[in-house]
Design a protein. Structure first.
Length: 264
């Protein structure tokens, strides 16, 4: 099997469970003979908990955090500091040469504010450009990039960017073999069962019928877009312990979104 790059987006319960991260690292080591890895993380729950200690109540519009100037300082402290360095240390403990980064480093990804909130420009942003040069150097030299989802605009204003978007955009930039989204659910469910494989047409149909709904809609649509840009496949699934990564990569678990149409 040819070596490929797999992006792993860490979120949900997995992101705050050290034992699970260490188990994931063991899985990654066993797969490292034919795969290289890239870690993307957010940390919204920890950000909310921390900002409330400073009397800042988060504001959400259509499920999107509207990051104020004061809140952005704390977002950087939590995502680039506490969360990122905890993950780097755990992967280092497991034998990886882990390197902690954000989008600002080497201009990995830059963006722009999504607009105003309460008459002030929000520090919540969307990605406008990707530069994978630094990322390629690290991957080519067997480092494990661990990337926090903050960055900046072209004028240096700090931005808080959704970690899913970071995973899609960076993976498209390096033509990753796949993206794994670890979730708190085993995959996309239909009548209680995991849909094992979806093609672009299937995604459109399941959105139409309401099977794919809520926050899964933008993720499914972005998955189809990423595949059109050269990403091999998108896997949505749950990490339940050692062996989960190999089960997901082998196709035995989770939902796999690929170019091919689901066979009935």
């Amino acid at each position: 099997m040819n070596e490929q790059i797999i992006t792993i987006k860490i979120g949900g319960a997995l992101a705050v469970d050290d034992k699970c991260i260490l188990a994931l690292a063991e899985d990654m080591k066993e797969c490292s003979t034919h795969d290289r890895f890239l870690i993307i993380h957010g940390g919204g729950a920890e950000v909310t908990e921390f900002t409330r200690k400073f009397g800042i109540e988060p504001i959400f519009r259509d499920g999107i955090r509207m990051t104020s100037k004061e809140e952005m300082v704390l977002v950087d402290k939590i995502l680039c500091g506490k969360v990122n360095k905890r993950l780097v240390r755990l992967f280092q403990k497991s034998g990886f040469d882990a390197v902690g980064l954000s989008g600002s480093d080497g201009r990995l990804f830059t963006g722009k504010s999504i607009g105003e909130c309460d008459n002030c420009l929000t520090h919540t942003g969307r990605i406008t450009s990707v530069n994978t040069r630094l990322l390629n150097v690290l991957l080519d030299n067997n480092y494990l990039p661990v990337i926090a989802s903050t960055s900046m605009d072209m004028d240096g204003m700090p931005l808080n960017i959704n970690a899913d978007e970071v995973a899609f955009e960076l993976s498209s930039g390096i033509k990753a073999g796949g993206i794994i989204f670890f979730s708190d659910i085993p995959g996309i469910l239909k009548e209680g069962n995991v849909l094992k494989q979806l093609g672009p047409g299937d995604v459109k149909e399941e959105i139409k019928t309401g099977v794919i709904s809520g926050g899964m809609i933008p993720k499914a649509k972005a998955s189809v877009d990423a595949i059109s840009k050269g990403v091999g496949r998108i896997i949505i699934g749950e990490f339940t312990g050692k062996g989960s990564l190999k089960e997901l990569l082998s196709g035995n678990r989770g939902t796999h979104i690929t170019e091919m149409k689901v066979l009935s």
